[in-house]
Write a protein that binds this ligand. Sequence first.
Ligand code: AMP
Ligand code: AMP
Length: 361
Amino acid sequence: MIEKEEIESLVEEYDLEKVSIGTLGSHSALNIFKGAKEEGFRTVCVCTQNREIVYRKFQLVDEFIFVERFSDLLNGEIQERLRELNTILVPHGSFNAYIGMEGMLNDLYVPMFGNRRLLKWEINRDKQREWLRKAGLRLPKTYESPNDIDKLVIVKFPGARGGKGYFLADSPETFRRKAEDMIKRGHLKREELSNVQLQEYILGVTAYFQYFRSIIKEDVELLGMDRRYESTVDGLGRIPAKDQLQVDLNPTYTVVGNIPLTLRESLLPEVLSMGDRVAEVSEEIAPPGIIGPFCLETIITDTGEIYAFEISARIVAGSNVGIGTSPYAYLKYGAGMYMGRRIAREIKEGIRRGVLKKILY
Ligand code: AMP
Ligand code: AMP
């Protein structure tokens, strides 16, 4: 495992007048690059050819490093080039999806904004629950075995896959039948079946809260929120119920985008306090705790109960809805603040106060 001191000595070599902010070209990279540019940084995009068009069209990238696949980020020469450019990497969902925890913990010798130690907690669903429970959040019940299913559950698979392959079951029999169907349709692999998490299905609406924890300012800020736009579940309402029954639809939860949200104000006390408590516990489990963005993924019932079903300890793609327009960021910072920019602002502040090493891992 890469030690914090090793990252610190890399930062010591950096020319702090010429820091670049870098990330993989996908997920929330536009958000991150725009924020970096607005705060006066240079930007580096580790990119695959097929995605280059995105970053060319929006003209937010100063330096491209082309790779065949994202996992090539772990190659020595690529990392060396990044260090030459004094790059601070901002991790997002594609780091988890394409590089993985082991790679990030053991092989990525480039300073990252955020706390790598929390990855262990983020990636494992049981550890996540322990963290959230310690913070006093309300969680959906989970089931140990498909044989225990006695009410509607949502069946989830490991890793950040944006809901792909999830399905619903209300008995051991429907579980088995639908699992077969999902395997047949290529949504999941048979060997993944033993790794499922069975969660009580909470009837309500989803709400994703985007927070930013600053260890420099010792504060947790609520900067935005969204709901997801998921295929096929969000399309079901467009089909009349009798036709749904006729074709025996089995919805999936593959995310294709995000929709902005503002919340009934009376729910905000709980949402704000949840963010504070989660950050507090993070400090205990992996000091100094969360650095920068994190997101609580919740379902809110018609009685105003907020169930948290997941945490992401990094920038989430849902924060893309806030680029330039988030009401909550506006309330705190005025116009033009959003997650990518908040990250860059923190890095800038770290440099200015001479505490950059504290926020890089
Ligand atoms: P992609 O580059 O689109 O393949 O996404 C990389 C990873 O981030 C995948 O695990 C996706 O499921 C996840 N992801 C991408 N976009 C979103 C989004 N808007 N909401 C949630 N997860 C996402
Ligand atoms: P996730 O990949 O965990 O973020 O979940 C993807 C989607 O599954 C969410 O946006 C929800 O639509 C749905 N979902 C996840 N967990 C639950 C739950 N416990 N009850 C109801 N719906 C859920």
